[in-house]
Write a protein that binds this ligand. Structure first.
Ligand code: FAD
Length: 307
């Protein structure tokens, strides 16, 4: 219930203005976001890589409302790629991009987002790194998977996220696993209607395991995006059962969430990639993290009261 309210708030411009302006918000945001500047993202990446972790960087932004903003998102990604290469981080750090930041929701948005992400994928490939497409709400899934399939014709290493809460995702996993793709499996972070998505979290978890089986048994490179200890253990057991070598799949977790577990898994020989968001447009991302865990909201509320 509270989660739904927060997810609705994540898309409210009015609440965005209030929350973003409150000075108390900043320390809580800092737990989940590496900083506002590119230099902050590079510094966080350098630290994580030194600890034996890989990284995927998200220049924050989503749901842009005009074409110039979409171009600014693209240019921020191009600057990020230059910086990664400049620092020699291109083999350890890739990019995660949201197609709504590239204009997907604008009129003619599919083609616009495709052109913008193509420029980023080209630059990433030239620099020796890769791109993964985040998955947003279910109205964008067909467009995002189509753009992913198209990008893979030239850049087969391009990844995509899929969400176990959607009924369609097992079928999508079968297609992607057969095609040998890099696929990040997550539970899903948006508020979705009962017509398209499981509403019960146990159902979402069971669907996650079914998708895990398909991906780990398949020909692709599964990227297991979860902090859920039970699912991590099931993934490890399934990977062993399907004879997966450690370099044929990876775990992924978000910056600031279960950092000790990230290091523990890496210490056991698993590849672990941390999703590092940075930039000024942190509101939507931050609200989804609050929605996932009521304790985060309590932490936020305490920081308001203790001032
Ligand atoms: P949960 O059951 O939510 O959490 C399990 C445990 O993890 C919790 O008990 C808690 O200890 C810890 N935990 C989880 N979330 C939090 C939090 N916010 N704060 C503090 N502790 C927490 N979703 C999309 O819809 N599209 C995407 O493209 C996408 N990309 C992602 C990329 C990565 C690398 C990861 C890890 C997640 C991504 N997500 C994405 C978010 C995902 O869908 C879930 O909302 C999120 O991961 C929480 O689910 P969980 O699997 O960690 O399990």
């Amino acid at each position: 219930m509270l989660g739904s309210v927060l997810l609705a708030a994540a898309r409210s411009d009015t609440i965005k203005r209030v929350v973003s302006a409150a000075p108390v918000t900043r320390p809580v945001v800092d737990r989940f976001v590496a900083g506002e500047r590119l230099a902050d993202a590079v510094a966080a990446t350098t630290g994580l890589v030194a600890d034996g972790l890989d990284v995927t960087l998200d220049h924050l932004g989503e749901d842009v409302t005009d074409r110039s903003e979409a171009l600014r998102s693209r240019d921020a990604c191009l600057a990020l790629i230059d910086a990664l290469r400049g620092e020699g981080l291109e083999t350890r750090a890739e990019l995660s991009v949201k197609l709504s930041a590239f204009g997907q929701a604008l009129p003619g948005g599919h083609d616009l987002a495709q052109r913008n992400v193509l420029a980023v994928a080209e630059a990433a490939a030239a620099a020796g790194t890769t791109v993964t497409l985040d998955m947003e709400d279910h109205t964008t899934t067909d467009s995002t998977l189509a753009i992913h399939a198209d990008l893979r014709k030239r850049f087969p290493e391009t990844g995509v996220a899929v969400q176990s809460y959607l009924f369609r995702t097992e079928a999508d996993c079968r297609t992607l696993a057969a095609a040998g793709a890099r696929v990040r499996l997550v539970k899903g972070a948006y508020r979705e209607p009962a017509a398209v998505a499981h509403q019960d979290r146990h159902e979402v978890d069971r669907a996650y395991v079914r998708c895990l089986r398909i991906l780990l048994a398949g020909r692709g490179y599964p990227m297991i995006g979860t902090h859920d200890p039970r699912l991590v253990e099931i993934a490890r057991a399934l990977a062993a059962r399907f004879g997966r070598a450690p370099d044929t799949f990876e775990f992924q977790m978000l910056y600031g969430i279960r950092p000790e577990e990230q290091r523990r898994l890496a210490g056991q020989g698993h590849r672990v990639r941390v999703y590092v968001p940075y930039g000024t447009d942190w509101y939507g991302y931050f609200m989804r993290r609050l929605a996932e865990r009521p304790a985060n909201l309590a932490f936020f509320a305490r920081s308001l009261v203790s001032r």
